[in-house]
Write a new protein. Structure first.
Length: 92
């Protein structure tokens, strides 16, 4: 089956300036807009998340804290669960 027969159109509203600037970025990498958008979607679906951490998000701050050595890390999921479920009422 030909892939072209199995395609649909995705429409997104962006400013003309954003379209122009994004096109320049993609073309500098040898990509067209369609290929770049498909790459974004494929990665998001494969990983079941955005393929980047949004700037200014709480997650970005947490990742930065860990990278700076200021965050809390765990050796396994159970240790993280135990920490999250622990009672922090020790100040009472």
């Amino acid at each position: 089956m030909d892939d072209k027969e199995n395609k649909t159109t995705v429409t997104a509203q962006v400013t003309p300036d954003m379209k122009r600037r994004a096109t320049q970025v993609f073309e500098s990498m040898g990509l067209d807009r369609s290929t770049a958008i498909n790459m974004f979607l494929i990665k998001a679906v494969r990983d079941n998340k955005l393929p980047f951490i949004p700037e200014g998000s709480p997650l970005e701050a947490a990742v930065q804290a860990v990278n700076d050595g200021d965050g809390i890390t765990f050796n396994d999921v159970q240790a993280a669960r135990d920490y999250l479920n622990s009672n922090d009422d020790d100040d009472d």
